[in-house]
Structures are given as structure tokens and as C-alpha cells.
Ligand binder design. Sequence first.
Ligand code: GLN
Length: 195
Amino acid sequence: MKIAPSIGVLALQGAFDVHAKRLAELGAETCLVRKPADLDGLDGLVIPGGESSAFLWHLERANFYEALEAFVTTKPVFGTCAGCILLAKEVSNPPQRSFGVFDISVERNAYGRQNDSVILHAETSLAGGDMEMVFIRAPRVTRTGDGVEVLAKRNGDPVLLRQGRLLAATFHPELSEDRRVHDLFLKIVQQTAVD
Ligand code: GLN
């Protein structure tokens, strides 16, 4: 196993810099991914928040969708918010193309106008107690498959989920000081490299 795993952050759109900074603070080698060749040699990838429809537009325009699909099908990937939507098996409101690797259904922009962006504290099964969560026009996870582990909930809705080498959050952990979610992803990457 390499000492510092190399983790890419998809940088086509959205909030990628803060993820890269956080991962670097935790000891990963990071790089920004803008084209298929940037995926070569990476141990893991973060797909950040932004607008999932805009990500799709960029990916299809740059002939990047298939290469990214091959990566998310085999390697550790952490999707936050729009990234979570891109990984999900089913997307609604409106229905939209997705990689379909994470066995969840998501409804985009599901928390309504009043409450579409909010910072709250919620329970997590990760060690260390409640976690601050920043939600920005977040999707709601409406179904989880058998292999999906729910690591945190917001009023009963799953907001942090793991399915083996895949991690997804409907909030933005990179915008809080708490490093536990990125730390978990790093551990998943390291563990996958050993297996
Ligand atoms: N509303 C966005 C979408 O549907 C996701 C928002 C976010 O990533 N913060 O893609």
C-alpha cells in the first residue's frame, strides 16, 4: 500500500477546492480531475456538490461520461450532494441519467424553498457524537437497498450512507470543520487498496 493514497476531486463544476484542501490536510495526495486521463492511477475520487444536471452536461460534452462510469464502477468514490445524485440508482424530480452504482433512490431539491439551505446538527453513528451538516438544495434519499449502511439521518432521512467502497452524503461535509467524513473516506480508500 502506498503511504499517501492519491485522491482526485472532479473539478468540472461546483465546490471542489475545499474537498481537495481537506483531503490534503488529512495526508492524501490530491489532484483535480478535469479529463479522463486525470483518473489514471488514482486510488479514489470525490464527486463534489454543484448542479448534477450541469455535471452531466459537461461530462457528455467532453466525452467523459463513460470513463467516469468505469471508475465509479470499480474504485472508491465519495459523492456529496450533486455527486450523490450522480451515483444513485434512481433519480427523480426530474428523472435524470446517473451511474446507478449506489443502490439508493434520490429526489432532487426535495426540501422545498423555505428549507432548501440549512445548517443543522444531527446524529451519526460515526464516533464523536453529533455532526454539523450544511445542506444546500439537497436531495432526499427516499429508498436504500439492502447493501447500504446509513451512517447519519436528518429527521429520519438518510443523509450519510456507505455501500462498500462507495460513500455518499446529501450535505456538504467539506464546509464544516468536522473532518470525520473525509477521514472515513480516506480509510475506505486505504482499506480498498489493501484488499
Ligand atoms: N440541487 C443540486 C442538484 O440537484 C444539488 C445541490 C448541491 O450539490 N449542493 O444537482
